[in-house]
Design a binder for this molecule. Sequence first.
Ligand code: ADP
Ligand code: MG
Length: 892
Amino acid sequence: MASSSTQPAAEAVDVILRDGGTLRLRPPDSDDTPGLIAFFGGLTEQSLFRRFHGFRHVDRGLVEPLLDPDWSGRGALLGSLADSRNEERIVAVASYTRSSDTEIAEMAFAVADDEQGRGIGTRLLEQLAARASRAGIRRFVAEVMASNAAALSVFSNAGFELVRERESGEIELRFPLAPTRAFNARVEERDHTAVVASLRPFFEPSAVAVIGASRRRGSIGGELFRNILQADFAGAAYPVNRNGDSVAGVRGYRALDEIPDAVDLAVICLPAEQVIEAAHVALRHGARALCVISAGFAETGAEGRAREERLLALVRAHGARLVGPNCLGIAVPTRGLNATFAPRALPPGRIGFSSQSGALGLALLEKAAERNLGFSAFVSIGNKADVSSNDLLEWWEEDDGTDLVLLYLESFGNPRAFSRIARRVARRKPILARKAGSTSAGSRAASSHTAALASSEAAVDALFRHTGVLRARTLEELIDAAALLSSQPLPQGRRVGVITNAGGLGILCADACESAGLSLPELREETRSLLAGLVPVEASLVNPVDLLGSATAATYEGVIAPVLTDANVDALIVIFVPPVVADADEVAAAIRRAVEQAKPTKPVIAVVVSAEGTPAALREHGSPVVALPYPESAARALSLAVAHSEWLARPTPNDFPIAGIDAATARNVVDSALAQATDMWLPPSEARALLQAYGIPLVAESEAADSEQAVSAASELGFPAVVKTAAPGVHKSELGGVAVDLRDEKEVRVAAERIGFPVIVQPFLESGIELLAGIVQDPVFGPLVAFGAGGALAELIGEASFRLAPLDALEADELVTGGKAGRLVAGFRGAPAADAKSVADLLLRLGRLAADMPEINELDLNPILAGPSGCTVVDARVRLSTPAPRRQLKGW
Ligand code: ADP
Ligand code: MG
């Protein structure tokens, strides 16, 4: 292969095609001249004619305009695959030329005849449009021959808003490049179909080869191969090793290309240095799914990283996909596939589990097995050079055998894509995640309040909230919640009924419920009178229902139905500690019988605290009750289930465009400031222009260069006045740069002279609470919006809530009504409530601004003075910097 395709060029992007194949796109350079000539020369006469609207001689002159695009005048992308001799072969080219001094470019593309119909043209068009758009081009024009149905369908499928004009045999298509909602939805749909197709050979392989399957016991490859045999895989399994030794009675091969069968999944367990060669053979032999167990890649430093890039380039050159490297493998228990070296087979079930850490994945599987939890699939994604949990979510969204998704995450490759995909999937199936490690927000020296308040976890929390992903705080909690969600109906509210035979545990449970945000309501009159007939007079019939130590299996069996059917109760926790009089197994069986009879639509959790562990009756598959170890575990798991049902019940936010936004003016402010310096605090007047363009309400103000101007500004704006320094980016009051409540001209003059010119003069707004809102850039997550208590309280309270920008209307409302700032807004300690609507509107605008202007590095609105009739920003600081380009090789 030509060297250019083994190293991803800085501007390369990988795309995924309708049939699940992948393709790397990159701009052509002069080394590609022969390849391009071969490409155009290899097109059928008809294709060539259609591309150039006439007969053209294929020579250097034809391809030269495509080389080394500058994007502003010319853009071009090519896609290449490896041919049968492993030479790079260009299979598609798209390009544009800008009409001089216009925002319009003319584009054209061609796809090799034998690669047509896979959606390559559409992907090229998408990627080319994105690059053109970044270079300031607003529209594409394309001339297509009316007879060229394939090309016409590429344009119409892409999702752009086309305007067609027909003249004789040609159709002229024009379309704006700015992505519309319809366009984004199309892209999302294409990604989804393509990703699902690409993962099929991992989940439903018909033949698996294990490369590096040694006959020696204890070797990774050897054990992995034996695991496949033991799991009773329905397809064929082949061991491959250096000598072609048979393994565990199965005939072995020396190389994958000696296997007489078509192998779709190749699992590689070789020393790192041998992986690429083996991958090469497997891919050449038609494997579309590669799972690389071997370590020694990006996790080991620069050399390993380079090796991983080579491996990925090779996978792309063959249009395939890769799980790992540095992983534990993949298991699909429902199909009898266990291509992991886990010591124990996974029980089949309906949970899909993706783990970034192999070892931790194993530990979790052990725990899950103890609880009798079954899996539809387990994928250890390791270094996730290619397949990530985002891809797996797309698969599980579609997979009828999966009801619940578990994610163990250590880092996010593309949190924006995660956000989009997880939010969609969570509507259909709950996603439970445990995130380990910390992220980068706030890790650098922060000079705004917003940035200082952004803890490393703020971004992850914001992301999970936005997407409806349920965040477990510990692994234990992850398993508990998985057990609950995979076996019980969702609670329709936060009210919990508790039955216990030990008062102390009842209290413990009540406390745990309260701190998890659940409540223990009073039981209804009817329920209590029913219970009174079943329990001793000393028993407590308030919630928790305390049956006392004398309760027997029969007592439990009797009381469950009345409490469970009580209309005040959304979920039931039944606690039992074995005393002398009752046997845990009998009580467990009684609980089970009672719940089976009641056929509840509410979740029921049993907590049996005993030395022998959970009785079998509650642990078995098909138990209508889920057993959790402690009252606290029950409360925590239940609160996650409640969070999920509340999230599902959220109305879909209406995302009407926000009125009164002048993005062009704001863009001008940003661009002209950054033309002066690459990192700067905006002077007050420019910060003002920027915020006003987005309709953010600002206090009236004037800048004054001397005392005369200050005095006349104050008289114009009205007394009392405020004078503050106009120095950009400083904490003004810390430097003695703010004077408030100035009653007359004299006070203004004295203050202004003391502070030093230029100064800003504002009217002094007397009433209102002080709030803070801001923007901070996270290098991985992108812009976040913060909201909290402002002014002096900002430092004192020292916390803010964060959401990913842009916010939807619900998120803005949640911010304004939640947390400590929410209590301020609602009217803390007798203060009148502030106008929450106007604050939410401000936050929506801020979120839009953050999303539109990635150059805003930090922004503080502190304070926003809010009162019953609205809110006003009296102090704004904005720091701009040229954003670091985000290189995202994976284009989906
Ligand atoms: P900095 O945050 O740089 O110290 P501010 O402009 O926020 O400077 O002023 C400090 C404090 O002064 C604010 O938190 C607010 O309490 C008060 N303040 C500033 N401007 C006004 C104003 N126009 N009306 C009422 N109070 C103000
Ligand atoms: Mg301030």
